[in-house]
Design a protein. Structure first.
Length: 460
């Protein structure tokens, strides 16, 4: 049995919508981040006296690394707040990469700050480099809020360790996710010693006010978008599982009903973080894309069983309560800038592509979907895709391994041969990271500008 969701008034309205491309605010946001870092550097420079010896240089190096670490900590939390302007305009995957990069820089600056400050304090007390541990314990006992900062620093180190690629890949997603939430506690614990022991804030009341404002705004965004907004959304729409349907071996669709779902603001190509209130799944929240255009009374996700959570969806019973957060993601029709579009899906990346294939505006021949899978049995939702292609006059192609296991050739030359005007297309791409990188390089080789390749990675 397969599920079929096609047509519907919401989908038809989306299909007829005019192309209104929106620019990503990534560049202005990055400029604002660098402007903030420059302001922190100016604050340090303004409050730094002339430095006459090595001890002063070490202490002041510790000061600037601490100030920059405090600034980046606020950005780390902001990138976790799921602010719609970031999640839907910049893209959730890009924000996640920013968060990971900012987190690495923050941890390095924190460790450098601790080492340099304690070394400088040790030199001021007439001690040597080997006495840093002793100096650290003495400072924790004597300076206000430094004990909290030590606990917060230990938490940051723990989070950094479990976020290392090989460690994270061996750890269950739910375990990593809940450990990662300790970032909030780490930032809270380290904040207070910045105010109570930071010389820059003691001599500059304006700087102290700015620091409180920065952390206050970020905290308010977290409270609003991570807690209050999801509560409001779920109380309003009251979603429940309507049915679970097997689409192909190892792939199921979950139909989710609720009240006035079209008012959630979701678009084809976006995803939610789903929590199913069933035994063993209540404390797990996972991102899954919509696999069909949102309808007023029904949403659908299609999921491949690749872990405990995704495999457990098969056992969901109708009537199970659903808690969702979102919608997130920038892989939507608003990214489109040209009349012709190529959609490229790898594996379960077909889910957002299927929704876009149905709803993207276009005349006959304007929309092409290339679907990569290991075998023809793995081509989930194929009957629906074929029906949509017939109805819209769209082109549907698939690339599967040959009987001897050889992979199909998806190169620049092949793409140009199959789609001669590919350089005049917008391309939407979704699939595993390795597949996405290969296709991206092939598209660039085929003459598609980077600004017209829109992609999102669903890897966790």
């Amino acid at each position: 049995m397969t599920s079929t969701l096609a047509g519907g008034r919401a989908a038809r309205r989306q299909t007829m919508r005019r192309i209104r491309p929106r620019r990503s605010p990534a560049v202005p946001l990055l400029m604002a981040v660098w402007a903030g870092a420059a302001a922190v550097l100016w604050l340090w420079w303004h409050n730094t006296p002339s430095i006459g010896d090595d001890t002063g240089r070490i202490v002041n190096a510790g000061r600037i690394t601490g100030l920059l670490a405090g600034y980046l900590m606020a950005l780390v939390v902001l990138q976790m707040a799921r602010v719609p302007a970031l999640e839907r305009r910049v893209g959730s995957d890009r924000v996640a990469r920013w968060h990971a990069m900012t987190g690495r820089y923050t941890l390095c600056l924190v460790l450098a700050h601790v080492f340099l400050i304690m070394w400088g304090y040790a030199r001021q007390a007439g001690l040597g480099l080997a006495d840093i541990v002793r100096q650290t314990t003495d400072s924790i006992d004597q300076l206000p809020d430094l004990g909290k900062a030590a606990i917060g620093t230990a938490l940051l180190v723990l989070i950094g360790l479990v976020s290392i690629g090989p460690v994270r890949r061996r750890m269950p997603y739910d375990t990593w996710y809940h450990v990662h939430l300790l970032t909030y506690a780490a930032v809270f614990l380290t904040f207070w010693h910045q105010i109570s022991t930071g010389n820059d804030f003691a001599v500059q009341p304006v700087a102290k006010t700015f620091w409180y404002g920065l952390y206050g705004v970020v905290s308010a965004l977290v409270l609003w978008f991570r807690i209050l907004t999801p509560i409001r959304l779920n109380l309003r729409h009251r979603m429940r599982v309507e049915a679970v349907i097997e689409e192909s071996p190892g792939i199921v669709s979950v139909l989710i009903g609720g009240r006035r779902l079209h008012r959630m603001g979701a678009e084809a190509g976006q995803f939610f973080r789903w929590r199913f209130l069933a035994p063993g799944m209540r404390f797990s929240s996972h991102p899954y894309s919509l696999s069909a255009a949102p309808r007023p009374d029904l949403l659908r996700i299609t999921v491949k069983a690749i872990g405990d959570h995704s495999a457990g969806l098969r056992a969901l019973r109708p009537g199970t309560r659903v808690w969702a957060e979102g919608p997130y993601g920038a892989l939507t029709a608003s990214r489109r800038s040209r009349g012709k579009v190529l959609l490229v899906a790898g594996g379960v990346g077909i889910t957002p592509m299927r929704a876009l294939f149905e709803t993207l505006p276009g005349a006959a021949g304007d929309i092409t979907l290339l679907y990569r899978a290991t075998t023809t049995q793995d081509l989930a939702l194929w009957d629906e895709l074929a029906a949509i292609a017939d109805e819209r006059g769209a082109r549907l192609m698939y690339a599967v391994n040959s009987p001897d296991g050889a992979r199909p050739d998806i190169s620049a030359e092949t793409l140009q041969r199959k789609i001669p005007d590919i350089d005049r297309h917008d391309v939407f791409l979704c699939g595993p990271p390795g597949f996405a990188r290969t296709v991206y390089e092939a598209l660039r080789g085929a003459g598609v500008p980077a600004r017209r390749i829109h992609h999102e990675s669903f890897a966790m």
